[in-house]
Design a protein around this ligand. Sequence first.
Ligand code: HEC
Length: 117
Amino acid sequence: MQHPFRNLQYRNASDAGRVRRRVVALAAALLLTACGDSTAGLFGEALYERSCAGCHLADGSGAGGPAVGPGSDSVELTDEQLVGAIRVGPGSMPGFRRFSDEQVESLVVYLRELQAR
Ligand code: HEC
C-alpha cells in the first residue's frame, strides 16, 4: 500500500528543520491567542486606547459611547462612579470586571487627565 503522505517527505534536513520551526511558531501563536489577555500589563493611556477609545474616541469626545472628556457629564462623576461605570458597564457598555484595581485606577487617572485638556 502506498503511503498517503509520501509526497510530503522532506527533501533534506534543512527543510525538515524549517517546517519544524514553523510548526513551533504556529503552536506558540495559537497558545498566546487562547491564553493571552491582550490588556494584561496595560495601564492608563495604553489601556484606554485598547479598551475604551473604540467607543469613546482617543480624545474622549465619544462615538458609539458618550463623551467622557472635557465638558462631558463624566467630569461631574465622582471617581467611585467612574470606577463603577468601568467595572459594571452602564447600559450597552460592556463591563470590564477582569481589570485589576490598579488598571481601573489608572483609567480614572487618565480620564481626569483627558478631561483637563
Ligand atoms: C462598546 C462600546 C464601549 C466601550 C468599549 C466602552 N464604553 Fe464606556 N460607555 C459606552 C456607552 C454606550 C455608555 C453609555 C451607557 C449608558 O449610560 O446607557 C458608556 C458610558 C461610560 C461612562 C459613563 C459616562 C456618563 O456620562 O455617565 C464612562 C465613564 C465610560 N463609559 C468609560 C469607559 C471606559 C474607561 C472604557 C474602557 C475601559 C469604556 N467606557 C469602554 C460604550 C462603551
